[in-house]
Design a protein around this ligand. Structure first.
Ligand code: AMP
Length: 215
């Protein structure tokens, strides 16, 4: 199954992608995670991406496309994958089409959400610095203060989840990524789900769509 989870930051894509990647035993490919890892390790890629990410802007398309090309050629992608946070521009979507050729994306799940909800979700989001698991101070806080319940790592706030950066990320999303809804609608593989609800409801909606998609 080759799937894209599309939507603004803070719509719950990552949380749902984690669940469905386990369910279908396919990798969750988050360009944001790959970049954060590169920044942490101080690689060439990380050095290029660091300040761009801190400002909430987009890393250049050619860098992202090379990264995706490499990642999709790995063995674990043979049976499919969930793309989470990619593509983010029309140029990236076109680049992806060229990479995939006949193995086109089967479903693009579009997480539709009330914009006001996104700001409060993002600014209350916390993340484990070790395993990347997402918490939310309101709906799913870590039980022990700042300690990850899954791996014992330190739970922190991402620099780009601070309010000022969040506002810029949303603007960047509207300008660059929102046009992808149209792009995939025209291709006929876009499925819109209501992402305003609680995690279980959103999960059920996605499940409903994906059960009809077959390889
Ligand atoms: P995310 O975790 O998906 O919110 O991504 C965090 C940050 O990484 C974004 O704000 C961008 O700076 C960068 N990033 C992640 N994915 C992409 C992408 N597909 N294209 C450009 N920049 C990206």
């Amino acid at each position: 199954m080759r799937i894209i989870f599309l939507g603004a930051p803070g719509t719950g894509k990552g949380t749902q992608a984690l669940y469905f990647s386990k369910l279908y035993a396919i990798p969750q490919i988050s360009t944001g995670e790959i970049l954060r890892d590169a920044v942490k390790k101080g690689t060439e890629l990380g050095k290029k991406a660091k300040s761009i990410m801190e400002a909430g802007d987009l890393v250049p398309d050619d860098i992202i496309l090379q990264l995706i090309r490499d990642r999709l050629s790995e063995q674990d992608c043979r049976n499919g994958y969930i793309l989470d946070g990619f593509p983010r521009t029309i140029a990236q979507a076109e680049g992806l089409d060229r990479i995939l050729k006949d193995n086109a994306i089967q479903a693009v799940i579009y997480f539709d959400i009330d914009k006001n909800l996104v700001i409060s979700r993002l600014t209350s989001r916390r993340v484990c610095s070790k395993c990347g698991y997402n918490y939310n101070l309101i709906t799913d806080p870590p039980e022990t203060d700042a300690i990850c319940r899954r791996c014992g790592g330190k739970v922190i706030q991402r620099d780009d989840d601070k309010e000022e950066t969040v506002r810029n990320r949303l603007q960047v999303y509207e300008e660059n990524t929102a046009p992808l809804v149209d792009y995939y609608e025209k291709k006929g593989n876009l499925y819109k789900i209501d992402a305003n609800g609680v995690i279980d409801d959103v999960r059920a909606e996605i499940q409903n769509v994906l059960k009809n998609i077959r390889d």
